[in-house]
Design a protein around this ligand. Structure first.
Ligand code: C2E
Ligand code: MG
Ligand code: MG
Ligand code: MG
Length: 280
């Protein structure tokens, strides 16, 4: 009975669906190997202040695939999250980022730079997450106040208390938290006052047309004001033009990230000796 049901299921199995599954299995296998063979690389994108001085970076993972070239995280993070490979991947990213932070700490010109690291929901929810972060901190000797973990609203759907407890445990060690892509997920404002956050990131979808779309402008302004009221710093993501920068700065935004200031690049290409960009 159940066997024939299984066969029936197979018969209705959509070939494109089948192809998708096969593709995912392949990505899994390759990603597992990629972790072993060190094919992952961290790029860094500047975060700048009102003077366009670099005050920190965000670490963004890429996959240097042997055949397909440099892959963006969009092409493998979701799958890694589904298969659970996000756990070793996320741990690798965290360790690499902390090692970089330690190197910068040794030089006066870079000693104050902060490092933002993206943490996926599944990674954060793992029972050992706090312990794993602490382990990387111990192993690298990183100055925890320079480490900023970026979480997203998707984390907040369930187990708020557990999320808060974990955040607090890490905050005790001076790790800070940023809410990434703010405004694109579950927009309940009640969690904002309960979460031990330090920063909000205005999603780039609101920044893109901020000069021409009055709704986007209103949302951006609201996030900036909200940040000020709740004593959270606010970063505008995806700033590509001088006009967007000026508009957001005039409305009280103090931190910026986007192609205007620099694309994500390998560490060697970060303009570390020249920590400022001229006003365009
Ligand atoms: P995110 O954390 O919101 O990172 C910002 C994304 O916007 C990055 O894309 C960045 O390259 C892009 N970006 C920055 N400035 C501009 C701009 O001015 N214009 C445009 N069009 N785009 C800009 P990227 O590197 O492709 O990463 C995409 C997403 O993948 C990230 O979004 C993050 O959610 C995820 N991701 C990246 N690295 C990691 C990681 O190490 N772990 C986890 N869990 N997720 C990661
Ligand atoms: Mg991010
Ligand atoms: Mg974002
Ligand atoms: Mg994003």
């Amino acid at each position: 009975e159940s066997k024939s049901a299984g066969r029936n299921t197979m018969r209705f199995f959509d070939p494109t669906m089948q192809a998708l599954v096969a593709q995912r299995t392949a990505i899994d296998r390759e990603l597992r190997l990629a972790l072993k063979r060190s094919e992952l690389v961290l790029f860094y994108q500047p975060v700048v202040d009102e003077q366009a001085q670099m005050v920190g970076v965000e670490a963004l993972v890429r996959w240097q695939h042997p055949r397909r070239g440099l892959l963006s995280p969009m092409e493998f993070i979701d799958q890694a999250e589904q298969s659970g490979l996000i756990l070793p991947l996320g741990q690798w990213v965290l360790r690499k980022a902390c090692e970089q932070l330690v190197q910068w700490a040794a030089q006066p010109a870079t000693a104050q730079l902060t490092m933002a690291v993206n943490v996926s929901a599944r990674q954060f929810r793992h029972p050992e997450f706090v312990e794993q972060v602490l382990e990387v901190m111990r192993a690298t000797g990183v100055a925890a106040h320079l480490l900023k973990l970026e979480i997203t609203e998707s984390l907040l759907v369930t187990d708020m208390l557990e999320v808060i407890e974990k955040m607090q445990a890490l905050r005790t060690m001076q790790v800070t938290f940023s809410l990434d892509d703010f405004g694109t997920g579950y927009s309940s404002l009640s969690y904002l006052k309960r979460l031990p956050l330090d920063q909000l990131k205005i999603d780039q979808s609101f920044v893109r047309d901020v000069l021409t779309d009055s709704h986007d402008a209103a949302i951006a302004q609201t996030v900036i004001t909200l940040g000020q009221s709740l004593n959270l710093s606010v970063v505008a993501e995806g700033v590509e033009t001088h006009g967007q920068w000026q508009f957001l700065a005039q409305r009280g935004c103090k931190l910026f990230q986007g192609y205007l200031f620099g694309k994500p690049v390998p560490v060697a290409q970060l303009p570390l000796s020249c920590l400022s960009w001229p006003l365009v």
